[in-house]
Design a protein around this ligand. Structure first.
Ligand SMILES: Nc1ncnc2c1ncn2[C@@H]1O[C@H](COP(=O)(O)OP(=O)(O)OP(=O)(O)O)[C@@H](O)[C@H]1O
Ligand SMILES: [Mg+2]
Length: 426
Protein backbone atom coordinates (compact mmCIF):
# COMPACT_ATOMS: atom_id res chain seq x y z
CA UNK A 1 0.00 0.00 0.00
CA UNK A 2 1.25 3.47 -0.90
CA UNK A 3 0.53 6.25 1.60
CA UNK A 4 1.05 10.01 1.31
CA UNK A 5 1.37 11.88 4.60
CA UNK A 6 0.85 15.65 4.43
CA UNK A 7 2.96 17.77 6.81
CA UNK A 8 6.52 18.26 7.99
CA UNK A 9 6.69 17.93 11.77
CA UNK A 10 7.50 15.29 14.35
CA UNK A 11 3.83 14.32 14.11
CA UNK A 12 4.26 13.34 10.47
CA UNK A 13 7.57 11.57 11.07
CA UNK A 14 5.96 9.61 13.92
CA UNK A 15 3.02 8.66 11.69
CA UNK A 16 5.45 7.60 8.95
CA UNK A 17 7.31 5.42 11.46
CA UNK A 18 4.00 3.83 12.49
CA UNK A 19 3.27 3.07 8.82
CA UNK A 20 6.68 1.56 8.14
CA UNK A 21 5.10 -1.60 6.73
CA UNK A 22 3.95 0.34 3.65
CA UNK A 23 5.45 2.56 1.06
CA UNK A 24 5.29 6.05 2.61
CA UNK A 25 5.99 9.52 1.23
CA UNK A 26 5.77 12.69 3.30
CA UNK A 27 5.28 16.17 1.83
CA UNK A 28 6.86 18.66 2.34
CA UNK A 29 8.60 16.46 4.95
CA UNK A 30 11.92 17.01 6.71
CA UNK A 31 15.46 15.59 6.79
CA UNK A 32 14.34 12.19 8.06
CA UNK A 33 11.24 11.50 5.98
CA UNK A 34 11.02 10.09 2.46
CA UNK A 35 9.94 13.11 0.40
CA UNK A 36 8.92 13.53 -3.24
CA UNK A 37 11.47 15.07 -5.62
CA UNK A 38 9.38 18.24 -5.75
CA UNK A 39 7.86 18.66 -2.27
CA UNK A 40 4.41 20.25 -2.10
CA UNK A 41 3.43 22.55 0.74
CA UNK A 42 0.68 21.44 3.12
CA UNK A 43 -1.61 24.34 2.14
CA UNK A 44 -1.30 23.87 -1.65
CA UNK A 45 -4.49 21.90 -2.27
CA UNK A 46 -4.11 21.66 -6.07
CA UNK A 47 -0.50 20.58 -5.71
CA UNK A 48 -1.41 17.91 -3.16
CA UNK A 49 -4.21 16.42 -5.27
CA UNK A 50 -1.87 16.32 -8.28
CA UNK A 51 0.90 14.71 -6.25
CA UNK A 52 -1.46 12.05 -4.86
CA UNK A 53 -2.60 11.25 -8.42
CA UNK A 54 0.92 11.24 -9.86
CA UNK A 55 2.27 9.03 -7.07
CA UNK A 56 -0.79 6.75 -7.34
CA UNK A 57 -1.24 6.63 -3.59
CA UNK A 58 -3.89 4.43 -1.97
CA UNK A 59 -4.37 6.60 1.09
CA UNK A 60 -3.60 10.19 2.11
CA UNK A 61 -3.14 10.95 5.82
CA UNK A 62 -3.43 14.67 6.57
CA UNK A 63 -1.34 15.95 9.50
CA UNK A 64 -2.01 19.69 10.03
CA UNK A 65 -5.35 21.48 10.46
CA UNK A 66 -4.98 24.12 7.74
CA UNK A 67 -5.50 21.81 4.72
CA UNK A 68 -8.37 20.04 6.51
CA UNK A 69 -10.18 23.30 7.19
CA UNK A 70 -9.54 24.39 3.58
CA UNK A 71 -11.20 21.19 2.31
CA UNK A 72 -8.31 18.96 1.17
CA UNK A 73 -10.21 15.78 2.03
CA UNK A 74 -13.22 16.86 -0.08
CA UNK A 75 -10.89 17.61 -2.99
CA UNK A 76 -9.13 14.24 -2.68
CA UNK A 77 -12.46 12.40 -2.50
CA UNK A 78 -13.65 14.23 -5.63
CA UNK A 79 -10.52 12.96 -7.35
CA UNK A 80 -11.25 9.41 -6.18
CA UNK A 81 -8.46 9.28 -3.59
CA UNK A 82 -9.12 7.83 -0.16
CA UNK A 83 -8.13 10.13 2.68
CA UNK A 84 -7.88 9.90 6.45
CA UNK A 85 -9.21 13.16 7.89
CA UNK A 86 -12.46 15.10 8.16
CA UNK A 87 -14.18 16.93 5.33
CA UNK A 88 -14.25 20.70 5.35
CA UNK A 89 -17.71 20.68 6.98
CA UNK A 90 -16.59 18.30 9.74
CA UNK A 91 -13.32 20.21 10.27
CA UNK A 92 -15.34 23.19 11.53
CA UNK A 93 -15.10 21.57 14.97
CA UNK A 94 -11.57 22.99 14.99
CA UNK A 95 -11.81 25.67 12.30
CA UNK A 96 -14.42 27.73 14.11
CA UNK A 97 -14.43 27.98 17.88
CA UNK A 98 -17.86 29.64 17.72
CA UNK A 99 -19.21 26.63 15.78
CA UNK A 100 -17.63 24.29 18.34
CA UNK A 101 -19.17 26.12 21.32
CA UNK A 102 -22.65 26.27 19.76
CA UNK A 103 -22.33 22.59 18.85
CA UNK A 104 -21.45 21.67 22.46
CA UNK A 105 -24.36 23.75 23.76
CA UNK A 106 -26.81 22.10 21.34
CA UNK A 107 -25.66 18.58 22.18
CA UNK A 108 -25.25 18.96 25.94
CA UNK A 109 -21.47 18.51 25.88
CA UNK A 110 -19.79 19.99 28.98
CA UNK A 111 -17.64 23.03 28.15
CA UNK A 112 -17.12 26.41 29.79
CA UNK A 113 -19.98 28.96 29.56
CA UNK A 114 -19.39 31.36 26.66
CA UNK A 115 -20.54 34.23 24.52
CA UNK A 116 -19.73 34.87 20.84
CA UNK A 117 -19.27 38.36 19.32
CA UNK A 118 -18.74 39.48 15.76
CA UNK A 119 -18.57 43.13 16.80
CA UNK A 120 -15.52 44.44 18.68
CA UNK A 121 -17.43 47.13 20.60
CA UNK A 122 -19.96 44.62 21.90
CA UNK A 123 -17.16 42.25 22.91
CA UNK A 124 -15.40 45.05 24.81
CA UNK A 125 -18.64 46.14 26.48
CA UNK A 126 -19.25 42.56 27.66
CA UNK A 127 -15.77 42.39 29.21
CA UNK A 128 -16.26 45.73 30.98
CA UNK A 129 -19.58 44.56 32.36
CA UNK A 130 -18.27 41.17 33.59
CA UNK A 131 -15.09 42.49 35.28
CA UNK A 132 -13.56 39.07 36.00
CA UNK A 133 -10.99 36.69 34.49
CA UNK A 134 -12.10 35.53 31.03
CA UNK A 135 -10.63 33.61 28.11
CA UNK A 136 -10.68 35.41 24.73
CA UNK A 137 -10.32 33.26 21.61
CA UNK A 138 -10.13 34.17 17.94
CA UNK A 139 -12.88 32.23 16.17
CA UNK A 140 -10.72 30.86 13.36
CA UNK A 141 -7.33 29.19 13.04
CA UNK A 142 -4.44 31.14 14.54
CA UNK A 143 -1.65 28.54 14.72
CA UNK A 144 -2.11 28.11 18.46
CA UNK A 145 -1.63 31.85 19.16
CA UNK A 146 -5.23 33.05 19.16
CA UNK A 147 -6.12 32.37 22.80
CA UNK A 148 -5.56 34.70 25.75
CA UNK A 149 -6.37 33.51 29.26
CA UNK A 150 -6.90 36.97 30.78
CA UNK A 151 -6.60 37.46 34.51
CA UNK A 152 -7.75 41.07 34.24
CA UNK A 153 -10.31 42.94 32.15
CA UNK A 154 -7.47 45.06 30.74
CA UNK A 155 -5.81 41.95 29.32
CA UNK A 156 -9.10 40.70 27.88
CA UNK A 157 -9.75 44.12 26.27
CA UNK A 158 -6.23 44.05 24.80
CA UNK A 159 -6.96 40.60 23.34
CA UNK A 160 -10.13 41.89 21.64
CA UNK A 161 -8.13 44.84 20.25
CA UNK A 162 -5.46 42.55 18.83
CA UNK A 163 -7.86 39.98 17.40
CA UNK A 164 -10.75 42.15 16.15
CA UNK A 165 -9.35 45.66 15.64
CA UNK A 166 -5.67 45.12 14.71
CA UNK A 167 -6.74 41.84 13.06
CA UNK A 168 -3.41 40.17 13.75
CA UNK A 169 -4.90 36.82 12.69
CA UNK A 170 -6.77 38.25 9.68
CA UNK A 171 -10.23 36.79 9.03
CA UNK A 172 -9.77 34.35 11.93
CA UNK A 173 -10.60 37.40 14.05
CA UNK A 174 -13.95 38.22 12.41
CA UNK A 175 -15.49 36.87 15.62
CA UNK A 176 -14.33 36.05 19.13
CA UNK A 177 -15.44 33.54 21.71
CA UNK A 178 -15.27 34.86 25.27
CA UNK A 179 -15.53 32.14 27.89
CA UNK A 180 -15.10 31.43 31.59
CA UNK A 181 -11.76 30.27 32.90
CA UNK A 182 -11.80 26.60 33.88
CA UNK A 183 -9.60 25.13 36.59
CA UNK A 184 -8.13 21.63 36.72
CA UNK A 185 -5.58 19.55 34.85
CA UNK A 186 -5.41 19.36 31.05
CA UNK A 187 -5.18 16.21 28.97
CA UNK A 188 -5.30 15.34 25.27
CA UNK A 189 -7.74 12.59 24.40
CA UNK A 190 -7.50 11.26 20.83
CA UNK A 191 -10.10 9.04 19.20
CA UNK A 192 -9.98 7.59 15.70
CA UNK A 193 -13.44 7.98 14.15
CA UNK A 194 -15.10 6.47 11.10
CA UNK A 195 -18.20 8.67 11.10
CA UNK A 196 -20.07 6.42 13.52
CA UNK A 197 -17.66 4.52 15.70
CA UNK A 198 -14.66 5.65 17.69
CA UNK A 199 -11.52 3.93 18.80
CA UNK A 200 -9.75 5.66 21.71
CA UNK A 201 -5.99 6.01 21.82
CA UNK A 202 -3.88 6.44 24.96
CA UNK A 203 -4.57 9.77 26.67
CA UNK A 204 -1.58 12.09 26.62
CA UNK A 205 -0.41 15.24 28.34
CA UNK A 206 1.38 18.05 26.56
CA UNK A 207 3.61 20.77 28.11
CA UNK A 208 2.79 24.12 26.49
CA UNK A 209 5.16 26.54 28.23
CA UNK A 210 8.74 26.82 27.06
CA UNK A 211 10.38 26.52 30.48
CA UNK A 212 10.60 24.09 33.38
CA UNK A 213 7.87 24.40 35.99
CA UNK A 214 5.45 25.57 33.23
CA UNK A 215 7.08 29.00 33.05
CA UNK A 216 7.73 31.33 30.14
CA UNK A 217 5.81 31.90 26.93
CA UNK A 218 3.54 29.40 25.22
CA UNK A 219 4.86 27.14 22.48
CA UNK A 220 3.46 24.56 20.08
CA UNK A 221 4.29 22.01 22.79
CA UNK A 222 7.59 21.09 24.44
CA UNK A 223 6.99 17.43 25.22
CA UNK A 224 4.39 14.83 26.03
CA UNK A 225 3.83 11.50 27.66
CA UNK A 226 1.17 8.82 27.58
CA UNK A 227 -0.79 7.25 29.10
CA UNK A 228 -1.66 10.24 31.32
CA UNK A 229 -2.77 8.96 34.74
CA UNK A 230 -5.11 11.97 35.19
CA UNK A 231 -7.34 10.25 32.62
CA UNK A 232 -8.50 7.30 34.68
CA UNK A 233 -10.65 4.55 33.15
CA UNK A 234 -13.66 6.27 34.65
CA UNK A 235 -12.83 9.61 33.04
CA UNK A 236 -12.13 7.92 29.73
CA UNK A 237 -15.57 6.26 29.82
CA UNK A 238 -17.21 9.58 30.65
CA UNK A 239 -15.46 11.24 27.71
CA UNK A 240 -16.51 8.46 25.35
CA UNK A 241 -20.15 8.58 26.52
CA UNK A 242 -20.65 12.28 27.11
CA UNK A 243 -18.37 13.87 24.53
CA UNK A 244 -17.35 11.52 21.72
CA UNK A 245 -20.71 9.76 21.33
CA UNK A 246 -22.80 12.96 21.15
CA UNK A 247 -20.22 14.57 18.86
CA UNK A 248 -20.33 11.73 16.34
CA UNK A 249 -24.14 11.60 16.42
CA UNK A 250 -24.46 15.39 16.20
CA UNK A 251 -22.08 15.70 13.25
CA UNK A 252 -23.80 12.83 11.41
CA UNK A 253 -27.20 14.52 11.97
CA UNK A 254 -25.80 17.68 10.38
CA UNK A 255 -24.78 15.68 7.32
CA UNK A 256 -21.10 16.06 8.21
CA UNK A 257 -20.09 12.70 9.70
CA UNK A 258 -16.72 12.94 11.39
CA UNK A 259 -13.98 10.75 9.99
CA UNK A 260 -10.40 11.10 11.08
CA UNK A 261 -8.89 11.74 14.46
CA UNK A 262 -10.83 13.82 16.95
CA UNK A 263 -8.51 15.32 19.53
CA UNK A 264 -10.54 16.33 22.54
CA UNK A 265 -8.69 18.93 24.64
CA UNK A 266 -9.91 18.29 28.18
CA UNK A 267 -9.83 20.10 31.48
CA UNK A 268 -10.39 17.66 34.33
CA UNK A 269 -11.47 18.90 37.74
CA UNK A 270 -12.91 16.90 40.64
CA UNK A 271 -13.28 13.86 38.39
CA UNK A 272 -15.31 15.75 35.78
CA UNK A 273 -13.98 16.24 32.26
CA UNK A 274 -14.94 19.39 30.35
CA UNK A 275 -14.05 20.19 26.76
CA UNK A 276 -11.58 23.05 26.27
CA UNK A 277 -11.39 22.58 22.53
CA UNK A 278 -11.63 20.13 19.67
CA UNK A 279 -8.86 19.62 17.18
CA UNK A 280 -9.56 17.56 14.09
CA UNK A 281 -6.08 16.12 13.62
CA UNK A 282 -3.35 14.45 15.63
CA UNK A 283 -1.63 16.56 18.27
CA UNK A 284 2.01 17.48 18.02
CA UNK A 285 3.86 16.47 20.31
CA UNK A 286 1.19 13.95 21.43
CA UNK A 287 1.58 11.81 18.29
CA UNK A 288 5.22 11.14 19.15
CA UNK A 289 4.07 9.20 22.21
CA UNK A 290 0.78 7.82 20.89
CA UNK A 291 2.21 6.09 17.81
CA UNK A 292 4.85 4.06 19.69
CA UNK A 293 2.10 2.86 22.07
CA UNK A 294 -0.33 2.00 19.26
CA UNK A 295 2.35 -0.23 17.85
CA UNK A 296 2.25 -2.23 21.09
CA UNK A 297 -1.49 -2.45 21.24
CA UNK A 298 -2.95 -4.75 18.62
CA UNK A 299 -4.15 -3.71 15.18
CA UNK A 300 -1.51 -1.78 13.29
CA UNK A 301 -1.78 1.92 12.64
CA UNK A 302 -2.31 1.36 8.92
CA UNK A 303 -5.26 -0.97 9.50
CA UNK A 304 -6.86 1.52 11.86
CA UNK A 305 -6.41 4.62 9.67
CA UNK A 306 -7.47 2.77 6.54
CA UNK A 307 -10.56 1.25 8.18
CA UNK A 308 -11.55 4.67 9.57
CA UNK A 309 -11.10 6.32 6.17
CA UNK A 310 -13.42 3.68 4.66
CA UNK A 311 -16.01 4.06 7.44
CA UNK A 312 -15.29 0.49 8.54
CA UNK A 313 -13.84 0.51 12.03
CA UNK A 314 -16.38 -2.24 12.71
CA UNK A 315 -14.03 -4.61 10.87
CA UNK A 316 -11.45 -4.23 13.62
CA UNK A 317 -11.45 -5.49 17.14
CA UNK A 318 -10.64 -2.37 19.18
CA UNK A 319 -8.26 -2.94 22.06
CA UNK A 320 -9.99 -2.38 25.39
CA UNK A 321 -9.23 0.94 27.06
CA UNK A 322 -5.94 0.97 28.90
CA UNK A 323 -4.77 -2.30 27.48
CA UNK A 324 -1.48 -0.46 26.97
CA UNK A 325 1.33 -2.32 28.60
CA UNK A 326 3.83 0.46 28.43
CA UNK A 327 4.44 4.19 28.59
CA UNK A 328 6.08 6.66 26.26
CA UNK A 329 7.64 10.09 26.70
CA UNK A 330 8.88 12.60 24.14
CA UNK A 331 11.02 15.67 24.80
CA UNK A 332 11.06 18.46 22.22
CA UNK A 333 14.52 19.83 21.46
CA UNK A 334 14.13 23.40 20.20
CA UNK A 335 16.27 25.89 18.32
CA UNK A 336 17.79 29.04 19.80
CA UNK A 337 15.17 31.78 20.00
CA UNK A 338 12.10 29.51 19.96
CA UNK A 339 9.19 30.25 20.55
CA UNK A 340 10.24 33.58 19.06
CA UNK A 341 11.97 33.61 15.66
CA UNK A 342 14.29 30.58 15.76
CA UNK A 343 17.87 30.64 14.52
CA UNK A 344 18.15 28.30 11.53
CA UNK A 345 21.04 26.43 9.98
CA UNK A 346 22.79 25.13 13.13
CA UNK A 347 24.47 21.77 12.58
CA UNK A 348 22.95 18.97 14.65
CA UNK A 349 25.45 16.52 16.15
CA UNK A 350 24.90 13.08 17.64
CA UNK A 351 22.09 11.93 15.35
CA UNK A 352 24.14 8.90 14.33
CA UNK A 353 24.82 7.79 17.92
CA UNK A 354 23.39 4.34 18.58
CA UNK A 355 20.14 4.45 20.51
CA UNK A 356 19.19 2.40 23.52
CA UNK A 357 16.32 -0.05 22.85
CA UNK A 358 13.04 1.87 23.19
CA UNK A 359 14.58 5.24 22.27
CA UNK A 360 13.28 7.13 19.24
CA UNK A 361 14.07 10.36 17.41
CA UNK A 362 11.38 12.06 15.33
CA UNK A 363 12.46 15.01 13.20
CA UNK A 364 10.50 18.26 12.92
CA UNK A 365 12.33 21.43 11.75
CA UNK A 366 15.34 19.74 10.13
CA UNK A 367 16.95 19.95 6.71
CA UNK A 368 19.67 17.87 5.06
CA UNK A 369 22.41 19.80 3.26
CA UNK A 370 24.13 18.60 0.10
CA UNK A 371 27.11 17.37 2.18
CA UNK A 372 24.77 15.16 4.24
CA UNK A 373 24.83 17.34 7.36
CA UNK A 374 21.50 17.83 9.11
CA UNK A 375 20.78 21.40 10.26
CA UNK A 376 18.03 23.16 12.17
CA UNK A 377 15.24 24.47 9.92
CA UNK A 378 12.47 25.42 12.36
CA UNK A 379 11.69 26.20 15.99
CA UNK A 380 10.86 22.74 17.21
CA UNK A 381 13.66 20.64 15.76
CA UNK A 382 13.37 17.11 17.16
CA UNK A 383 11.04 15.09 19.38
CA UNK A 384 13.30 12.66 21.19
CA UNK A 385 11.70 9.96 23.27
CA UNK A 386 11.59 6.63 24.97
CA UNK A 387 9.18 3.73 25.20
CA UNK A 388 9.39 1.69 28.39
CA UNK A 389 7.46 -0.63 30.66
CA UNK A 390 6.76 2.29 33.02
CA UNK A 391 6.75 6.05 32.69
CA UNK A 392 9.90 6.17 34.83
CA UNK A 393 11.69 3.94 32.37
CA UNK A 394 10.39 5.90 29.37
CA UNK A 395 11.69 9.07 31.06
CA UNK A 396 15.14 7.60 31.64
CA UNK A 397 15.42 6.37 28.04
CA UNK A 398 14.10 9.64 26.57
CA UNK A 399 16.49 11.89 28.50
CA UNK A 400 19.39 9.48 27.78
CA UNK A 401 18.77 10.00 24.07
CA UNK A 402 18.37 13.79 24.48
CA UNK A 403 21.78 13.90 26.19
CA UNK A 404 23.49 12.43 23.13
CA UNK A 405 22.27 15.13 20.70
CA UNK A 406 23.63 18.69 20.54
CA UNK A 407 23.65 21.89 18.55
CA UNK A 408 24.38 25.52 19.29
CA UNK A 409 21.55 27.18 21.18
CA UNK A 410 19.56 23.95 21.67
CA UNK A 411 17.10 24.01 24.57
CA UNK A 412 14.54 21.62 26.02
CA UNK A 413 12.54 21.13 29.18
CA UNK A 414 14.02 18.84 31.79
CA UNK A 415 10.73 18.14 33.59
CA UNK A 416 8.49 16.46 31.01
CA UNK A 417 6.08 14.15 32.82
CA UNK A 418 6.49 15.88 36.18
CA UNK A 419 2.79 15.72 37.02
CA UNK A 420 2.61 11.97 36.52
CA UNK A 421 6.04 11.18 37.96
CA UNK A 422 5.38 12.96 41.27
CA UNK A 423 2.07 11.15 41.52
CA UNK A 424 4.03 7.93 41.56
CA UNK A 425 3.28 7.04 37.95
CA UNK A 426 6.80 5.65 37.69
N1 LIG B 1 -11.78 28.04 29.28
C1 LIG B 1 -10.49 27.91 29.57
N2 LIG B 1 -10.05 27.89 30.84
C2 LIG B 1 -8.75 27.77 31.14
N3 LIG B 1 -7.77 27.65 30.23
C3 LIG B 1 -8.14 27.65 28.93
C4 LIG B 1 -9.50 27.77 28.53
N4 LIG B 1 -9.55 27.74 27.18
C5 LIG B 1 -8.27 27.59 26.76
N5 LIG B 1 -7.41 27.54 27.80
C6 LIG B 1 -5.95 27.39 27.73
O1 LIG B 1 -5.49 27.89 26.49
C7 LIG B 1 -4.92 26.86 25.70
C8 LIG B 1 -5.26 27.07 24.26
O2 LIG B 1 -6.67 27.08 24.09
P1 LIG B 1 -7.34 26.31 22.88
O3 LIG B 1 -6.95 24.89 23.01
O4 LIG B 1 -8.79 26.62 22.82
O5 LIG B 1 -6.61 27.05 21.68
P2 LIG B 1 -5.91 26.56 20.35
O6 LIG B 1 -5.30 27.77 19.80
O7 LIG B 1 -6.91 25.86 19.51
O8 LIG B 1 -4.82 25.56 20.86
P3 LIG B 1 -4.06 24.39 20.09
O9 LIG B 1 -2.96 25.04 19.36
O10 LIG B 1 -3.60 23.50 21.23
O11 LIG B 1 -5.06 23.70 19.20
C9 LIG B 1 -5.46 25.55 26.31
O12 LIG B 1 -4.60 24.47 26.08
C10 LIG B 1 -5.58 25.93 27.77
O13 LIG B 1 -4.33 25.81 28.41
MG1 LIG C 1 -6.98 23.96 18.75
Amino acid sequence: MRVLIVGSGAREHALASGLRSCDVIVTPGNAATPTPSVPVRADDLDGLVNLALKERVDLVVVGPEVPLVLGLVDRLEDAGIKAFGPTRAAARLEGSKAFMKHFCATHGIATSPFAVFDDADRASAYIEKERRPLVVKADGLAAGKGVVVAQTSAEALWAVDQIMRARVFGAAGDAVVIEDVLGGEEASFHVICDGERAFPLAAAQDHKRVGDGDRGPNTGGMGAYAPAPVVTDEIASKVMERVVGPTLRGMAQMGAPFRGVLFVGLMIEHGEPRVLEFNVRFGDPETSVIVPLVRLAGPGLLEVLDAAARGKLSELRAPTWNAWNGAAMAVVMAADGYPGAPRLGDRIRGLDASLEPGAFVFHAGTKRLADGAVVTAGGRVLAVGGLGATLGEAHRIAYGAVGAIHWDGEHHRSDIGHRALVRGGA
